[in-house]
Design a protein. Sequence first.
Length: 262
Amino acid sequence: MGKLMLWTIPRSKSTVLLKSLSCHPEISCIFEPFAFAHYSAFYDNQFGYEDLQKVLNQEPFTLDNIVWKDIPCLVENLDFQKWVSDKSFRHALLVRDPRQVAVSLVMANGNPVMWKDLPKIIPLTGKTTVEENFRSMIKLRDYLSTNGFTFKVFDSTYLNEKSCEQFVKSLCEFGNLPFDKKRMLEMKSFESYPNHWWTAPTIKLMKENPIINLDFHSPALNSTKFFSRQPHQKRVNLTAEDEVELTEITSRCLPLYKNLIG
């Protein structure tokens, strides 16, 4: 029996991994409740951090063979001491080369540089910039290390159809989770599995408040398996200034990424 926290930097292939894990009938998955609480906090009558704290001692959080996927920089005030205290969970820290993250953002959104402008679009107080995601992951790692939690950094940079079996198997072994090659590597649609918690309310929230969707989740929810995407058809209009800024962003993030993977 295992309990696994899958912490991720956005665009690090965490959704396809959670999708794979959810295909096992004995594994239940939780889809980004911190992100859900973070977004909800800015809308009336939605589920915020206080509501989340009240249900942490209830299902699905108390189940065995549970995988909770979330984003460190969306933990309330980065207060890991408050929110990360249950040592029955093991912690997998999923990272990816920031140069690949940037390309993935181009495919998902059309312009990765717009991440710096997110606070102007939605009230995220700057917490979703690429650099801040890497810095918050380092802060989480240091907290886990200092306080005796079991954790491991997983690098998804080279995760693809050839490496997915060993990658998923290693993740399951680390989390003491059951592994089933046929079920977990030949999964179909993301939304068809009944043991996937929080996906429905997250999609509902995005539909009710389209401004927070930003096209990030739709391709992931509709994707299948670990195969590389076909060439993306969306036009990407990056100015020369955008290209320079994107290079600067990835240059600042590369040392942080290398710090994480050791």
